[in-house]
Design a protein around this ligand. Structure first.
Ligand code: FES
Length: 162
């Protein structure tokens, strides 16, 4: 019997949504997995809905594993119409939820997508300090990712090409 999550991942990989570079993007975020060597990049285009700034559309590129492609595919669909605040409230579990629970060894693939989203949204949330200035706030994913975690998977932000 096949695993429903695996079936959904395979389907998303066969038919990925919103894959590819967005030429007119307003924001881009990139993370790399130091251990697996994979990379996820997410582009966001903002719009306005009922006087609020919202994500009009999102796209991604994922160099690496199929789970990250599948999560990024469903996440970019989920993000359309969300405010920056709503998007920042989404965890890796939320972003991968349409696929079902990820197996433990694939949880970091969802966290890569969350990391790319947070990197793209850094500085966009006017109600909270920018991600780069979280010294007074509770540590977020980006801070946790920057911290050395011996023996654990580490995800690092990759700089943009010049
Ligand atoms: Fe690294 Fe999936 S194995 S992103």
């Amino acid at each position: 019997m096949s695993d429903p999550t695996e079936d959904k991942i395979n389907e998303a990989v066969r038919n990925p949504r919103n894959m590819g570079e967005m030429q007119d993007a307003d924001a881009v975020g990139t993370v790399g997995g130091a251990d697996c060597g994979d990379m996820v990049r997410m582009w966001l285009k903002f719009g306005e809905k009922e006087g609020k700034k919202v994500i009009d559309r999102a796209s991604f590129q994922s160099f690496g594993c199929q789970t990250a492609i599948a999560v990024a595919s469903v996440a970019t669909e989920m993000l359309a119409g969300k405010t920056v605040e709503e998007a920042l409230d989404l965890s890796a579990d939320d972003l991968s939820e349409p696929l079902g629970p990820l197996p433990p060894m694939k949880i970091h693939c969802g966290q890569m997508v969350e990391g790319a989203l947070r990197d793209a949204l850094a500085g966009e949330d006017e109600s909270k300090p920018a991600v780069a200035d979280t010294s007074a706030a509770a540590p977020g994913l980006v801070d946790q990712l920057k911290a050395p975690q011996p023996g654990k998977i580490k995800i690092v932000k990759l700089d943009e090409d010049p």
